[in-house]
Write a protein that binds this ligand. Structure first.
Ligand code: NAP
Length: 353
């Protein structure tokens, strides 16, 4: 049997930072579903999430932004082989991005190495291909640090998450139009569910043959623009499509005065960055970019998984977004009989997706 298959079948000790997040919870469930032992690292927070993660292994509550707080992990988990980070700034503001996306990851990398980890898998983002924002620079700085660390590594750069494309559903249910920015259909993405992304991350963690690389990834497709998403939602709601277009200049109208005032007031400079983030996502496709032509190409963006955006929208229209926020619990609450042959938590029934 090839060594990488042996490794995949072996029970691996995994240390997971950012385990309390949207993707982190799904990754913990996916590792556990495949029989691996997961040590979760979280900051003190929601006891429901902590209890949920305790089903998969020990949970350490500590401040990962503080190197001294993270260092003792090495003594607590000496058998760790793979470290996975799903850490990310929740605000996207520059100072927080450097504190979390860069510094907390550096601290976790050093603690994982001291604990014996030989591999490190990082959840990053495809948007760093075209870095124009501070949080992207923080992510790239850590990507470079990881690549130079001497550990074997995989940097996973997903496109857009389903949850990020669901924000307008409550408005539409109230009879309001779908909001589009600028002219035209808007930038395309190849969205991926948290479960499919989690399975991709776990595959990258145990696949010996594909290491030391950057792995962009989207869902099974098709690629969709904001206009196509609006049309899909109205079709599923059984109503004629209605759109409201806002000019892209709205981001500059908000951001420019904040930028100017931010020269003296740092908190306003951080808010100006949020306006730049809004404009970025309203204009940039979340697809693989050809470095030679500079074009974004849906057909070259690697696709993984089975969950479709349309099924997800159907599920949210029927059941709301609640199960999505607590996605990990929703997965785990499935009866044991729904688990797949790999032990991976089963797919939600189509009607619930
Ligand atoms: N949204 C998208 O469509 C999309 C697409 C591609 C890539 N991405 C990338 O995916 C990542 C976001 O993933 P996600 O949605 O799973 O994130 P998330 O739900 O916001 O989770 C972030 C994780 O980081 C932890 N964290 C944040 N600040 C921290 C701090 N100061 N100290 C300790 N822990 C901290 C959070 O802990 P708490 O639970 O305690 O807050 C949580 O575990 C980002 O890197 C983003 O760029 C997103």
């Amino acid at each position: 049997m090839p060594f990488h298959i042996l490794w995949a079948n072996r029970r691996t000790d995994v240390m997971l930072a950012g385990a309390s997040g949207y993707i982190g919870r799904a990754v913990a469930a996916e590792f556990a579903g495949r029989g691996h032992h997961v040590t979760s690292v979280v900051r003190r927070g929601d006891p429901t999430v902590t209890r949920y993660l305790q089903r998969f292994g020990p949970v350490y509550e500590l401040d990962v932004t503080d190197a001294d707080s993270v260092a003792p992990l090495a003594l607590k988990r000496p058998a760790v082989r793979v470290a996975v980070s799903c850490l990310a700034s929740r605000s996207g503001e520059p100072a927080d991005a450097w504190r979390v996306d860069y510094q907390a990851n550096v601290n976790f990398l050093e603690a994982a190495r001291a604990a014996g980890a030989t591999r490190f898998v990082l959840l990053s983002a495809i948007c760093v291909q075209n870095p124009r924002l501070e949080f992207q620079r923080a992510k790239l700085a850590f990507e470079a640090k990881l690549a130079a660390s001497g550990l074997s590594y995989a940097i996973v750069r997903p496109t857009a998450y389903f949850k990020s494309l669901a924000g307008q559903i409550p408005r539409l249910r109230q009879g309001k139009p779908f909001v589009l920015f600028g002219d035209g259909p808007g930038p395309a993405c190849l969205p991926i569910s948290e479960r499919d992304l989690a399975s991709f991350i776990v595959d990258r963690s145990i696949d010996e043959e594909r290491w030391n690389g950057i792995f962009p990834v989207g869902g099974p497709g098709p690629a969709v623009t904001p206009q196509a998403r609006g049309e899909m939602l109205f079709r599923l709601l059984g109503r004629p499509a209605r759109f409201r277009r806002l000019p892209l200049g709205i981001f500059d109208a908000v951001g420019a005065p904040l930028s100017w005032l931010g020269r003296g007031i740092p908190s306003l400079a951080a808010k100006a960055e949020l306006a730049r983030i809004g404009r970025f996502y309203a204009t940039e496709p979340m697809l693989l970019k050809d470095p030679e032509t500079g074009r974004y190409e849906a057909h070259r963006t690697p696709a993984h998984g089975e969950d479709t955006l349309e099924d997800f929208y159907r599920h949210v229209i029927a059941q709301g977004l609640g199960g999505q926020e607590l996605g990990a619990q929703a997965i785990f609450s499935l009866p044991a009989g729904r688990r797949g042959s790999t032990g991976r938590p089963g797919r939600r029934p189509a009607a619930r997706q």
